[in-house]
Design a protein around this ligand. Sequence first.
Ligand SMILES: CC(C)(COP(=O)(O)OP(=O)(O)OC[C@H]1O[C@@H](n2cnc3c(N)ncnc32)[C@H](O)[C@@H]1OP(=O)(O)O)[C@@H](O)C(=O)NCCC(=O)NCCS
Length: 175
Amino acid sequence: MTRIIISTKRLELKPLGIKYLQTVNEYAAYYENTKYMCYLPNDNIDETASFLSKVDLEWKKEKPDYYEFAILYSNKHIGAVSAYFEKGTGELGWIVNKKYWGNGFAYEAAEALVKYFYNNVGTSRFIAHCDTQNVASYKVMEKLGMVRIGERVGRRNRSATQTTFEYEYELIIEK
Ligand SMILES: CC(C)(COP(=O)(O)OP(=O)(O)OC[C@H]1O[C@@H](n2cnc3c(N)ncnc32)[C@H](O)[C@@H]1OP(=O)(O)O)[C@@H](O)C(=O)NCCC(=O)NCCS
């Protein structure tokens, strides 16, 4: 069982899971909140529940392969930030309920996540991907100090009928 809580100036990051079903579904099943995402929007709340049950199981592992955190602002659940690990590299992801966009929350949460894994696990390489049209997402990457290292065709967002282009960003923290 892994239980990590990260606090920032305005936010708390806590293990995401089924207890957040309603508030996750509010953004995860909403087209405007997910149009640039590969695995969202969910078709219905059952699909959101199935994802969150997997997240709960992952948190039960002694050494999870991925970490999905709920972002809490004034005790309200407003989004999620994640790190998925492969060969020591952390792939970052984020989503904030549209009602809370533009307040610096995604950046604040992601910065705290990077610091946590650097300080506690020694992770010094992070990557992130996004649709080339997803300006908000790559602005978060750039604010984190990430550098664009690639652009490729073939991204398939779930709600899109055609493939699009995606950027890859990287952050290497010198030890
Ligand atoms: C991407 C997302 C998480 C950003 O959340 P947010 O909390 O609004 O972002 P922040 O307020 O932390 O913004 C960080 C930086 O990006 C900039 N930014 C945010 N949205 C922007 C937009 N639509 N256009 C241009 N810049 C934007 C901010 O101005 C800020 O930079 P600054 O401090 O230099 O001004 C949010 O837009 C979202 O949930 N999108 C839908 C889900 C998604 O696409 N996730 C990524 C999948 S790859």
